[in-house]
Design a protein. Sequence first.
Length: 136
Amino acid sequence: MLDKTDIHILDELSKNSRISMKELGEKVHLTGPATSARVEKLEDHGVIEGYTIKLNQAKLGFSIHAFITIITQNINHKPYLTFIKTQEEYLINNYKISGDGCYLLECRFQSYEIMDQFLEELNEFANYKLSIVINK
């Protein structure tokens, strides 16, 4: 069971996972070693699964951010999943979902031409609905 201090630690780490344990401790009113022990306990219990960075996709050359709802043409999803594994350079996430489709792809593309090529190849394995992000 998480207490208020654990929640505060998680909140601060979600803002800046590179914060020092001393600085984090000051924010949550604990010593550096006590904070470190709490973080280690959260890691050991699987509450914290890992640390990551947030990338600016546009600055990496990917100006198009799209969500694609995938509707597979039959109950065998293997052809679609095999295809998706070959397209990892465009994928941010591939979520299996319930509701209007079978999967929700979050993708990034350098141009509309590249996206169009991807969609043409995708259409051999599944139908789709495309949504392009305008602003977040």
